[in-house]
Ligand binder design. Structure first.
Ligand SMILES: Nc1c(NC[C@H](O)[C@H](O)[C@H](O)CO)[nH]c(=O)[nH]c1=O
Ligand SMILES: CC(=O)[C@@H](O)COP(=O)(O)O
Length: 168
């Protein structure tokens, strides 16, 4: 069974996000999944001190469009981190493979090209149940984990140093 290291985070080990500005780009495909991921991410950012006025949201049609949406957000907004939220579920054909490869490589490219961390919050699952389990179900919420990652990477972006390790 998958572990969920950061879904159950220790707030005392997370830097205060009060001064950071976050972007969240969300795919409209599988909204019953992506909206739960978005909810987990928002609640976690706020729990860790982020200000509501410092979180901006854009929707894109599908996970493949997350790359362009994140690029335009980075180019037009002053941000400390961006979270790309999507959910790709295997269908009958190889389309799943190409969507997943495209969004994965595209987000890698954004992290290389721009000095803004783009967090990969895209569930790539074989079944809807796997997605449900990872977006607020028995295996946690990837949105929570990615919000924690966004805060830690915002610290790295702004200080040039990583957040202190919590020991594992
Ligand atoms: N099947 C899923 C898709 N497919 C759509 C693509 O993401 C893209 O919008 C289309 O190919 C046009 O460029 N998207 C998801 O996010 N999740 C899926 O399961
Ligand atoms: C991952 C997808 O794009 C999915 O909707 C494609 O389904 P199918 O392979 O059955 O066309």
């Amino acid at each position: 069974m998958a572990t969920t290291n950061l879904t159950y985070y220790d707030k005392t080990t997370i830097p205060n996000a009060n001064s950071f500005r976050f972007g969240i780009v969300v795919s409209e495909w599988n909204p019953e999944i992506t909206q739960n991921l978005k909810k987990g991410a928002i609640e976690t950012l706020l729990d860790c001190g982020a200000q509501e006025k410092n979180i901006i949201f854009w929707d894109v049609p599908g996970s493949f469009e997350l790359v362009f949406g994140c690029k335009k957000m980075i180019q037009t907004q002053k941000l400390d981190a961006v979270i790309a939220i999507g959910n790709v579920i295997q269908g009958e054909t190889k389309h799943f493979d190409f969507v997943c490869e495209g969004v994965t490589q595209g987000i890698v490219d954004l992290n290389i090209k721009y000095d803004i961390p783009v967090i990969f919050c895209v569930l790539t699952d074989n079944t809807i149940q796997q997605s449900l389990d990872r977006s607020g179900g028995k295996l946690g919420n990837k949105g929570i984990e990615c919000a924690i990652a966004a805060i830690k990477m915002a610290v790295l972006k702004n200080t040039g140093k990583p957040t202190e390790s919590i020991g594992f």
